[in-house]
Design a protein around this ligand. Sequence first.
Ligand SMILES: [Zn+2]
Length: 497
Amino acid sequence: MSAIVLPSYDDVVERYEPVIGLETHVELGTNTKMFCGCPTDFGGEPNTRTCPVCLGLPGSLPVANKAAIEATIRIGLALNCTIADWCRFARKNYFYPDMPKNFQISQYDEPLCTDGYLDVEVQGKTVRIGIERVHMEEDTGKSLHVGGATGRIHGATESLVDYNRAGIPLVEIVTKPIPGIGALAPETARAYVTELRDVLRSLGVSDVRMEEGSLRCDVNTSLNRPGEEWGTRTETKNVNSLRSVERAVRSEMLRQAALLDAGTKIIQETRHFQEDTGDTRPGRSKETATDYRYFPEPDLVPIAPDPAWVAELKAALPELPRIHRQRLQEQWGLSDLDMQSVLNAGAVELIEQTVAAGTTPAGARKWWLGELSRRANESGVDLAQAGATPAQVAELQRLVDEGKLNDKLARTVLEGVVAGEGDPAEIMAARGLGVVSDTGALTAAVDEAIAANPDIAAKVREGKLAAAGALVGAVMKTTRGQADAKTVRELILERLS
Ligand SMILES: [Zn+2]
């Protein structure tokens, strides 16, 4: 495939229109599996969290997990879906070593939630993403290929299977096709997954960690020339971060454009995203629904949620992230542009927690968007991992507000916090970093500065008060920034009047 010369992105979006679609799998944070009582915690010795049901042993019978059904209905409601008053599970038949029953219990033509939407912000514009369906299923086990260099099946000497994950409740959320977004397709995909993740987190139904696989995303992409029918789509799997979602769409657009330019047909297939190169590689050719021989699961009763219960769940939904952000923006008195920079920095929750810990929104924003964002960017980590907690930032700003630290000293104290030396007040005491405003202690430094700068002192005596600034600077220098500038200025003017 290396022979392909890729066109430029601008060139591609000028000549082609992308249509994207996203399928997201979410591991629910229930205590037990979807159809048995086995625990769901991450990790654990292989094959210790299993029972006859999730191992698919003959004669065992599944029972649906009520907490998982409830979580799915709440997700559907938060995504403005219609909740079915009657639906069934279905068997999806395929053979794979990590699937002990040789079928997966899923939902097919009778999903629990259908026809909703999620509004997302893309470069200041609201894009409404249609939600086709939200349905329940169970996760598979995990294959481990050992003895080879890559951990892949090629070159491995043995393959092992761990069934701890088999039967963990999964919810699949499928969007409708998203046309009409042109050059913004990659950003729209990322904005959707980000917003969806925030919604799921606000519902408390999953820990939504992409890197641990509790939120997994498949990205469908196709291209067509303006006025023509939609093109053949490919499905990119293994997209494990928000950034990768964006990169995967972009790279598929470039690859498909190069093929279409050369008159080659796009094959409907599954592709795998490569973290290292940012491009996609072919996987298996895509099965169609008929390959799976779906039929209603005979071992489970249909789900018929009581409308009164659904109404109760709807009434109890938490404030959704978008509404919550709008409320915060108003409370914090921020313009759209300022709020956007808070969002881009991933600082909304951190500022919210810092304000809750007792400081002003402006004080909190200053540290998170300034010094701490800079540090996070430098070390390539999320802002929350920059080395300070909201409580520490609130304490730091309180010390500034109380006049015990000036901005320069506060930055030195923050360095100590990031280095793990303790909380701001502790570091201030341990390093002797407080602002000195005691006139007795400052008089000597003031006299020294006047003696060392007779010319400047003379100007101040003649009434040129602006010249006093240079003397304040000299005192700040000898006190290593710890003098209270206001007190120093008063002392100088007193001495030279
Ligand atoms: Zn089990």
